[in-house]
Design a protein around this ligand. Sequence first.
Ligand SMILES: [Zn+2]
Length: 163
Amino acid sequence: MPAVAAPGNCSLGAGTCLGFTHKLSPGPMPKIRIHTKCVTEPIKQEHDGLRLAVTRYLPRGVRRSRYHAWLPNLAPSETLLHRFQAGKVSWAQFSKSYQVELFESAAVDDDNPRIKNHGQKFTLRLIKELAAHQPVTLLCSCGAGEMHCHRHVLKKLLESSKV
Ligand SMILES: [Zn+2]
């Protein structure tokens, strides 16, 4: 991660600069805090921090006030989801294919030979950066004890060096 500006050298000037970007000095990445939850579990604002719904479909009957943002682009594709739900792919295959999808290019990338922008890597990097400054909670509609939910795969991916 490149350094942005040395403290005191920010172009925004003292009093305007938000400050936290100065922590981007070369060195180890601050510890990131990423949690996962079922979207209907009790909200604990201090623990949860930024609540991101990462579902392909908006959970039915779930109020907008239960999450800060909905990012369907970070969910498995409808095709993959349906294949897993129908038992046509194993959990291991599902989690592997899901991660491949997150970095996949698409037709729009043919117009962008220098920076491929369809894959979700930039969104993932942003979430990782946010999680270094505040807790981030990834929400899905799968139940609280459901281990075969993509939110756990997404958390692991964000915590890895792949992002
Ligand atoms: Zn889920």
